[in-house]
Design a protein around this ligand. Structure first.
Ligand SMILES: Cc1cc2nc3c(=O)[nH]c(=O)nc-3n(C[C@H](O)[C@H](O)[C@H](O)COP(=O)(O)O)c2cc1C
Length: 464
């Protein structure tokens, strides 16, 4: 319980340039922070969820109203943010092609989430919107411009999940070779240096925006960037106005290998992680806290992924879960397992144990997935892991009545020392409405989640 008390103050990191980020980041550990995960795709974490009678996301891909309804629902539940994961190409690792994901709609189609950030921000006032943009394919100057524009337009409610692109298909699609695991992070470090230089380029008073005199900006007070590095060159002034949230948007990161942790601790305001059970979450949090201390910064809050399945009773929730699980084809699960592991799982015996193997793809996911079942002293076979992957992509599940979901969230939060959770609903939007109408009031009554937003920016709310 000790982990829940107190306030961590965090110094911003990775800052370069003359005009530095001045925001103070403080993580309030007294309340649970909730984020809700999506893909701009027919599914999120449950294969074939689009085929369920309870799910509207396939239709929602052609309907701003679907996403705006979700945004308003999350805001009503006082969520910190909606969050869009993104892999911009269908995984082709399984059987060396994209056919299986395409057949079953497993994160195919995969539409660009950026327009949804604008649509959802336009429908809300306080909800943050996290969005994934890979450091591959978009030069840092243009990536900064896209994120900064949305951040400005939303009055400071954007979070950027900076990813290094662990899936082979993304690199093939844009005609780039997949760099080795650790070098991808070196590339991303330099990418961020360019973004920081742009974010930090405004001196106070650089923007009089004075209609009377007709002076909008004082160019001498806005630094010109002249970056000439190993991977990037950028000579420019920022094309966008400064971020309304203390100079820059919130940065999320989800790498959890040794090099991934180093990158996350250098850049992230909050960390996303998937760990298969409570014991692994607690160990992860401790490893990151120790890493932060060794790197000379205070701990960074972690949001652990969890999938919830709600019913009016525990029994009804279990039945819902079974119906969803029965629908997951083994092939779809194997294809979902193959992408992050960087291994063609059709070459493995389905009845062999899923052991940790060397990979150039996601080492964090490899470690987390090979540990599924270890809390029960069990090692999952490839077949069991594939079905679980098809159902949750390795997220632990909480299943039951609203009271049980609230109990479990409280338990995970108190015991793991997490900042909060990045939640996933197998069917949408109905289950999100059930969560907001039935679980959030229980958590509010227990004083575990906010009743009102602390501020107007994502940074204010995540760290306020
Ligand atoms: C909760 C969570 C969300 C993630 N979202 C994305 C994503 O949207 N797109 C992506 O390419 N990678 C995503 N990743 C992968 C990580 O960003 C990272 O690249 C990958 O795990 C490899 O890093 P590692 O080997 O250091 O763990 C996610 C990982 C986690 C745990």
């Amino acid at each position: 319980m000790g982990a829940r008390a107190g306030l961590s103050r965090i110094r911003p990191h990775g800052l370069t340039g003359t005009h530095r980020f001045t925001g103070t980041i403080a993580i309030a550990m007294s309340q649970m922070h909730l984020v809700h995960m999506f893909f701009h795709s027919p599914i999120t974490h449950t294969a074939l969820s689009w085929a369920s009678e309870d799910d509207d996301q396939l239709e929602g891909m052609g309907d701003f109203g679907y996403w705006q309804h979700i945004a308003k629902t999350l805001e009503k539940g006082r969520f910190d943010a909606a969050f869009f994961a993104d892999t911009p190409a269908a995984s082709d690792q399984y059987k060396n092609g994209p056919e299986t994901p395409m057949t079953y709609g497993v994160v195919w189609p995969t539409h660009d989430p950026m327009p949804l950030v604008a649509a959802m921000a336009a429908a809300t006032d306080n909800l943050g919107i996290g969005v994934t943009l890979s450091v591959n394919g978009t030069p840092p100057y243009l990536a900064h411009r896209r994120i900064a524009t949305l951040d400005y337009l939303s009055k400071g409610r954007v979070g950027w999940n900076v990813v290094t692109g662990h899936m082979r298909a993304e690199h093939r699609a844009i005609g780039q070779a997949l760099m080795d695991h650790d070098e991808r992070y070196d590339f991303a470090d330099e990418f961020m240096d360019v973004c920081y230089a742009l974010w930090d380029s405004f001196a106070p008073g650089a923007l009089p925006m004075d209609k009377k005199s007709g002076i909008l900006a004082v160019p001498e007070m806005i630094a010109r960037i002249d970056h000439d590095g190993k991977y990037f060159r950028c000579q420019a002034v920022s094309s966008t106005l400064p971020s309304p949230q203390g100079g820059r948007p919130v940065i999320f990161q989800a790498g959890s290998s040794g090099r991934g942790m180093q990158f996350a601790l250098k850049h992230a305001d909050a960390i996303f992680a998937i760990q298969p059970h409570l014991e692994a979450m607690t160990a992860f949090r401790k490893r990151f806290d120790d890493g932060a201390r060794s790197a000379g910064r205070e701990p960074v809050g972690t949001l652990f992924g969890l999938q919830y399945v709600i019913g009016s009773t525990d029994d009804e929730a279990q039945k819902r879960l079974e119906r969803l699980r029965e629908r997951v084809p083994l092939d779809a699960g194997l294809s979902r397992l193959s992408g992050p592991l960087g291994i063609d799982c059709s070459t493995l015996d389905p009845d062999q144990p899923l052991d940790e193997l060397p990979t150039q793809a996601s080492r964090g996911m490899m470690e987390a997935l090979s540990k599924m079942g270890s809390d029960k002293g069990k090692k999952l076979t490839v077949r069991e892991a594939a079905i679980q992957m098809g159902m949750t992509v390795g997220l632990p599940q909480i299943v039951g009545s609203p009271e049980r979901i609230a109990d479990e969230l409280e338990h995970y939060w108190r015991e793991s020392g997490a900042l909060g959770f990045n939640l996933s609903a197998p069917t949408k939007p109905g289950m999100i409405e059930e969560f907001v109408d039935q679980v959030v009031p229980i958590l509010q009554k227990r004083g575990l989640v906010r009743r009102e937003y602390e501020g107007t920016t994502l940074r204010d709310n995540l760290h306020g």
